[in-house]
Design a protein around this ligand. Structure first.
Ligand code: PMP
Length: 396
């Protein structure tokens, strides 16, 4: 190994480990369902994004297996050579139907979808107004585009309006985009899309909503744009296929000309192998399930409300979530990590989230209830929170 690289790694890894910031990964020894096995221990799982429980759905597993039998395990090429299988086309038609748009384009992950779509539409002559709490993949997509990035205060519409006015009136930029998460995953709050769309109309901004945590969850399953009835107003409806949909991948839904453009400019579409057929078949099945019935959606929200009520009644600070995401805000970083560790020892898997992912002093254990949890599991989790909360002096 290069001596320089070795020294760099030793110094930086050592520093992280010293500060307790090196994230050791515990592999899950089986399916990522409502109960998981980690280090041989069965734990109630409150940390997955498998909102509707579809990641382990038997019908979807069968669809994936059948597609593997028919097409094989890999797509064989990038989309623009001959990696576009007929089921990729079907998937994109299904996504457009799901999102109420003319067309859609799919990618290998939500992360690379943001990288591809933002940099596919924006360039160095443009500016992007980005909510300060937007996801890392949005931030990286904005950087990759080389547009001027102008952060606005989280969901602060006065700040957005002011910055939109300055950016458009400066004459410095060709196009200006406003970009936001639909649902913010650390607090569970929903973006103020009606106001954002209004400001966008006033200043002719391109609107981009990353609904990774909204699709399948808000808008009766159809997402946050649908929740507000803004399908005709938002230019790029981005989403992931890895959370509520339970598989893997990302997409943008929008007008036909936008999708046609991304098909010739979005670099992971052009230069990275297409999503494997088994995954594609499972995704199509999952989208159909979400469109056909709100049963899983309703169960998810019922479980979210149940967990929130239980934790709140015990005296925990669960913030202002508007979705099933249930943060339990503890504050001090070390205490938060200790809390999560004690939950693990007592049979509950709920990850601590601390600075720099959230602001200093707002460390939290984040709970992600799903449609697959039973009330008994949630009762057990709440009882464990009570025990650990009292032991560590977080509640009385
Ligand atoms: N956007 C947001 C808001 C996310 O939370 C995530 C996942 N953490 C992504 C994009 C990336 O999605 P994926 O996991 O499918 O790459």
């Amino acid at each position: 190994m290069s001596k320089k690289l070795d020294a760099f790694l030793n110094e930086n890894l050592g520093e992280l480990k010293e500060q307790g910031l090196y994230n050791e990964i515990d592999p899950v020894e089986g399916p990522n369902g409502p109960v998981i096995k980690v280090r041989g221990k069965d734990l109630i799982n409150l940390s997955s994004n498998n909102y509707l429980g579809l990641a382990t759905n038997e019908e979807l597993k069968k669809l994936a297996k059948d597609a593997i039998d028919k097409y094989g395990v890999g797509a064989g090429a990038v989309r623009t050579i001959n990696g576009t299988l007929d089921i990729h086309v079907k998937l994109e038609e299904k996504l457009a139907e799901f999102k109420g748009t003319e067309a859609a384009i799919s990618f290998q992950s939500g992360f690379n979808c943001n990288m591809a779509a933002i940099s596919g539409v924006m360039d160095k002559n443009d500016a992007i107004l980005s909510d300060q709490l937007n996801h890392a993949s949005i931030i990286d997509g904005c950087r990759l585009s080389r547009a001027k990035i102008i952060a606005f205060k989280h969901s602060d519409m006065d700040d957005l309006r002011q910055k939109a006015k300055e950016a458009t009136e400066s004459g410095l930029y060709n196009k200006v985009m406003v970009i936001t998460d639909g649902v913010f995953s650390m607090d569970g709050d929903i973006a103020k899309l009606p106001e954002i769309v209004e400001i966008a109309k006033e200043f002719d901004l391109i609107t981009y909503v990353d609904d990774a945590h909204g699709s399948g969850v808000t808008g009766k399953g159809k997402g946050t744009v649908k929740h507000f009835g803004l399908e005709k107003e938002v230019d790029l409806q981005m989403g992931t296929l890895s959370k509520a949909v339970g598989v893997v991948g990302g997409y943008v839904a929008g007008k036909q000309n936008l999708i046609d453009w991304l098909k010739v400019r979005a670099r992971p579409f052009l230069f990275s192998t297409a999503v494997p057929p088994g995954d594609v078949a499972a995704i199509i099945g999952a989208l159909q399930m979400i469109m056909d019935s709100t049963e899983l959606h309703d169960k998810l929200w019922d479980n979210g409300d149940y967990l929130k009520k239980g934790l709140k009644e015990l005296g925990f600070n669960i913030g202002e979530s508007e979705t099933p995401i249930t943060p339990c805000i503890i504050g001090d970083e070390k205490l938060t990590q200790q809390f999560s560790k004690r939950l693990f020892e007592e049979g509950v898997y709920a990850k601590s989230i601390v600075f720099p992912t959230v602001p200093k002093g707002t460390g939290r254990v984040r709970n992600m209830p799903t449609a697959a949890h039973t009330k008994e599991m949630l009762d057990d989790a709440i009882a464990t929170y009570e025990k650990v909360g009292k032991e560590l002096g977080v509640i009385n």
